[in-house]
Design a protein around this ligand. Sequence first.
Ligand code: CP
Length: 283
Amino acid sequence: MLFLDKSTRTRNAFEAGMTQLGGHAHYLDAEKTQVAHGESPKDMGIILARYGHGIAIRHDLVPGEGNAYMRAVAEWADVPVINLQCDVDHPTQTLADLQTLREQRGEDLRGLRVAVSWAYAPSYAKPLSVPQGLLTLLPRFGIDVVLAHPPGFDLMPDVVKRAQEAAAAGGGTIAFTDDMDTAFEGADVVYPKSWGRLDLFTDERAALADAARYTDWICDERRMGLAKPDSLYMHCLPADRGTEVTDAVIDGPHSVVYDEAENRLHTGKAIMALTMSGPARDA
Ligand code: CP
């Protein structure tokens, strides 16, 4: 597991999960490897594949880099390469989100209205990968997604195009608004979280200053009152408490964030068991 960014849930879910499956997951902090000195993805792919039965990578902070890096590693690795979050997608998160929705609302999710909204966070310019992953995955299961964000916080256009194609094939819909309240009105599920401006990722100070114009984009009890009475509050975590969401909401009766975080373990184990073959299977 090669991490070019910090992690609480993803690292622990995959490390604990692999231990529970009877294997061992090596944790590699990229800064402590020769990747920090520019070692090529080709050499990483070939060499890490010789040490284990799979490679998992997080590389999510620089638009245009992470997904391309993973694909370059995968081109040379003869074992599965698992995306632990890139600039484009966070698939192991959104699979856990899908499991959480099924636990809460059943297998048939068609017609569910999910509000994926930008929210203000001062901590750092977060990747676009979670909203992009939700937009790409959920409508494939017939879910209607409403995406809300202030002007300038658009998702990657090619990802939106792919999401719209997937929605058309899966029976769900995607709608857009620049008003958080509009997205919340009548929602079955709200998923408000922060992300950075695509055009300001090289200048975090400017990005955070721009985001600070929208401090009223917070998930509070008033906004939860716009959603359905039995609505779910979801967040991939970490959340900026007090700015993205109030304590009353994240700790309140609508919140399923801890089940969502736990499901990172279960879905992570399923992904590893289904994609990797170990010595027992090789025999
Ligand atoms: N949701 C998520 O990916 O959490 P971490 O960044 O802590 O891994």
